[in-house]
Design a protein around this ligand. Structure first.
Ligand SMILES: *Cc1c(COP(=O)(O)O)cnc(C)c1O
Length: 416
């Protein structure tokens, strides 16, 4: 977190600079031409790559144990690119139903309009049931390590086994645990995505995303499924990514083709702020987790509370999986319901003083959201339950304040 990514040599700035430049200078026309043919590496236009972004991406690749990474303008863009890099119209992928609402819309509505179909499966279904969702045109399996906001824990080894038995990569959204608490590549995942907007930035300053590749998936072994990677690209004079770039094929294609054409680049200014956040990620995550554990235990012991969902609690459905994949802690997000349901939830939230009502989740300041009144407010109670969101669910994102202050705030709001 502290040292990786930016390694200055003699006389260079100690701190990663913001390269606030759209463009980069060359001495000869020939030098520039080689860059455009992907025969040389180097910077030429910030839509494709920028030194600030590259240093931050390298840090995240190191944290996840990947061969390469690419920053995107948001987590939504990262998820879209991760799939669109290997899926085209007529293709299909399989996805855990326990995912972020924005991702659910992107996959279930918008990508369908592009001709890319998805089948959602329960992450708790048996291997046979999940395999039954695969088709000859299935190109990937997708899941979230800890789902936002339902807080279900993905059995990464099971999902990796299923994906590989079907000859496709496993893509994991690792936003909530971050690589501090879980490194999905060590359990068989092939590609990891993040909304860096959350804990990685950590201060709620910048929307951003990242894609990281393990370099482990053998595209050539399934060449008939991945023509975009394994056959010549007409937009690069017939270059074949797997032949030219080996383990970096997926990342080079994502940059050279998708970022070139769709352009969801993260601004160097935001990458700089993300880097500052990453420098303390290993200090903040343990604090988020120990604070959330104390809050979850306090809520469990309070008779005004109807239920608590936090995988760090021994009775939780996902406790064993959490202990396996995240023995040092999961994340700082706890969800719970109050006796009296929706109306009591709203009154409780309005009485909080330290915890702020915001749409955001997973930053340094404790914050709270009532999905039924906010993000999911168009839905009836019946529809809410179908979407896995109870009408009384309060999403409580525990920050890094002194935990006594956080619990004192909850206590006074419960009493009020
Ligand atoms: C927030 C979030 C996203 C979307 O990221 P943005 O940066 O808001 O675009 C994707 N996945 C998860 C798990 C998230 O929490």
């Amino acid at each position: 977190c502290v040292q990786a990514g930016w390694s200055p040599t003699k006389g260079e700035p100690r701190v990663l600079p913001i390269y606030q430049s759209t463009t980069f200078k060359y001495d000869t026309s020939e030098q520039m031409a080689r860059l455009f043919d992907l025969e040389d590496t180097g910077f030429f236009y910030t839509r494709l790559q920028n030194p600030t972004n590259e240093a931050v991406a390298a840090k995240i690749a190191a944290l996840e144990g990947g061969v390469g990474a690419m920053l995107t303008s948001s987590g939504q863009a990262a998820n879209f690119y991760a799939l669109f890099n290997i899926c085209q119209a007529g293709d299909h992928f399989v996805c855990s139903s326990a995912i972020y609402g924005g991702t659910f819309n992107l996959f279930g509505v918008t990508m369908k309009k592009l001709g890319i179909d998805v089948t959602f499966v329960s992450p708790d279904a048996s291997e046979e049931e999940i395999i039954a969702a695969f088709r000859p045109n299935t190109k990937a399996l997708f899941g979230e390590t800890i789902s936002n906001p339902s807080l279900e824990v993905l059995d990464i080894e099971k999902f990796a086994r299923i994906a590989h038995s079907q000859g496709v990569p496993l893509i994991v959204d690792n936003t909530f645990p971050t690589p501090i608490n879980c490194r999905p590549f060590e359990w068989g995942a092939d590609i990891v995505v993040h909304s860096t907007t959350k804990y990685m930035d950590g201060h709620a300053t910048s929307v951003g995303g990242v894609i990281v590749d393990s370099g482990n998936f053998d595209w050539e072994a399934h060449a008939e499924k991945y023509p975009g990677l394994c056959t010549p690209d007409d937009s690069y004079h017939g270059l074949t990514y797997t032949k030219a770039f080996g383990k970096m094929a997926y990342m080079v294609k994502a940059t050279a083709q998708l970022m070139r054409d769709l352009g969801s680049i993260q601004s160097p200014q935001n990458a700089f702020l993300l880097n500052l956040g990453l420098e303390t990620l290993h200090l903040r995550m343990p604090r988020h987790c120990s604070n959330a554990q104390a809050v979850a235990e306090y809520l469990s012991g309070n008779d005004k509370v109807a239920w608590v969902n936090y995988c760090g609690l021994p009775g939780n459905k996902y406790h064993d999986l959490a202990m396996k994949y995240m023995p040092n802690g999961s994340c700082g997000v706890v969800s719970f319901g109050l006796k009296g349901g929706r109306d009591v939830a709203i009154r409780f939230m309005d009485n909080l003083k330290l915890a702020a009502i915001v749409t955001h989740v997973a930053d340094a300041r404790t914050c709270v959201l009532h999905p039924a009144s906010h993000t999911h407010r168009q839905l009836s109670d019946e529809q809410l339950l179908e979407a896995g969101v109870r009408p009384d669910l309060i999403r409580f994102s525990v920050g890094i304040e002194n935990v006594d202050d956080i619990i004192a705030d909850i206590r006074q709001a419960l009493e009020a």
